[in-house]
Design a protein around this ligand. Structure first.
Ligand code: ZN
Length: 167
């Protein structure tokens, strides 16, 4: 069965959902990844997680520094250093936040054919991996800022809630 996926915007509850691992990557999973990639490109994103298209499965797409990753069950196994980056999120239109994250990350995952992958990333690529892997754990980037800063963006979040509804 073909399902049409669409971008989910805050405060959609799916963004708070912890995803299930993919055990058997099949044609359906690859079709989902294709659709996610298209949605990401249309919206000019550089990363997208399954929760952002309404699915609770551990799939992410990352496209940065001329590399595309279509990953299942990605996990950060090691982090090093710190960096601060100005991040956006397709599920929070118009919001950009400076977030402190690790400078380098080591990620294990499975590719869409079921083969294991080990990835080492730093800089922007490491930021995108951390942002997207947060998503599949039900964590969004506003969770990564201090409380006082969250208070500052409250009007923006309230506006989003009015516009996109409390689901
Ligand atoms: Zn995001």
């Amino acid at each position: 069965m073909r399902t049409e996926l669409k971008l989910r915007i805050w405060p959609d509850k799916i963004l708070r959902t912890k995803c299930k691992a993919v055990t058997n990557p099949d044609a359906n999973i690859r079709r989902i990844l294709d659709q996610m990639y298209t949605i990401m490109k249309i919206n000019r994103g550089i990363g997208l997680a399954a929760t952002q298209v309404g699915l609770d499965i551990c799939c992410i797409i990352v496209e940065a520094e001329d590399r595309v990753f279509r990953l299942l069950n990605p996990k950060i196994i090691k982090k090093e250093g710190t960096q601060i980056f100005e991040e956006g999120c397709l599920s929070f239109p118009g919001l950009s936040l400076r977030i402190k994250r690790a400078r380098s990350v080591w990620v294990t995952a499975m590719d869409e054919w079921g083969d294991p992958l080990d990835i080492e990333a730093e800089g922007l690529l490491a930021v995108v991996f951390q942002h997207e892997i947060d998503h599949i754990n039900g964590i969004v980037f506003i969770d990564r800022i201090p409380l006082w800063e969250r208070m500052k963006i409250l009007p923006v979040l309230r506006k989003m809630e009015r516009e996109y509804g409390v689901c």
